[in-house]
Design a protein around this ligand. Sequence first.
Ligand code: PLP
Length: 405
Amino acid sequence: MPPVNKSNKLSNVCYDIRGPVLQRARQMEEDGQRIIKLNIGNPMPFGFNAPEEIVQDVIHNMDQASGYTDSKGLFAARKAIMHYTQQKNIADVTIDDIIVGNGVSELIVMAMQGLLNNGDEVLIPMPDYPLWTAAVNLAGGSARHYVCDEQAGWLPDLQDIESKITASTKGIVIINPNNPTGALYPKETLEGIIEIARCHGLVIFADEIYDKVLYDGNTHTSIASLADDVLFVTFNGLSKNYRACGYRAGWMIISGEKKDAKDYIEGLNMLASMRLCANVPGQLAIQTALGGYQSINDLVAPSGRLCKQRDLAYDMLTALPGVTCVKPAAAMYLFPKLDPDMYPIADDQQFILDLLLEEKVLLVQGTGFNWKAPDHFRVVFLPNVDDLTEAMTRIGRYLDSYRKK
Ligand code: PLP
């Protein structure tokens, strides 16, 4: 048999969060070693269970889950999402403007497949959640990364966005609250992005999957609530706000200037029909989740587990020599910087692999988030305080030994 190769479509696609370092960690675990994992934003294995009312509701309704649903999703789920858009002040959203998917991930891929022709460009934040870059490349497009400025609390640099627009630019992605930086964008920044999109006729794709994971009394503004003359596609789901990653339940909401986008919307509907429907048990959870007790608020309150873990991880990391970090206002990640004079790292994947081998702590390197320089890494602060303390101690020891080399 001749060699079976992957398609050329995959040649520019990469997703390092589940890349070679994770494979190595798996091997080590198979050999019986215990690794402290600060690499993936999956709350459940760290004892953050989905709210009991959701679990019970899905179990109770399981007998209704064996048939296909409408390709765009269960009516009750979409109605609950429609109500949610009203709470977020996103105007003029009907049930028909909502597509439920197998997590936001499926819908990001769908949104890019439906929009892009070969060579079309999409503006993506740097650093990003790398699925966005991967989905643009898979769809034959080209990801143009705009800078989020660490000095400005990781806010998007509007001038840089403007400077990267070409005749081929189709859309702009924002991730707010942000993975990996934990930044939360103020209204002025969102308005600046809208103005750019308005001037250049761009679609705004807003990934808002962490919109309830907010610390210090912060509130979240949906960019789609701020204008009706630009096309918005807003993404959200149960994975983070409801600690239900495994339910694979997400949705996208089309709003704003819909009348100019009939053809694109038709394309999205066709892509949704081609995969028949999203998994139904996951869809069954949506109405209960959105309408139920919002237990995330207890976790992010000053006395809540997530907030305490954020504070501990931030305090311990920033006490290490040559490590600085913008304190996250939201989400579940820190994206610290290593002073390049103290840590002249040439290859950050190797740096993270060596940390894994020496100290059995698993992180993801900054370049895995399309960050330009090998001087950052991402920390997930989901493990409990004992494990986080141990992990930070080990990272500190590794950095000490790195400096002495
Ligand atoms: N968008 C962002 C910014 C994320 O961080 C993640 C997961 O970590 C996703 C999307 C994927 O979400 P889902 O589980 O709904 O596919």
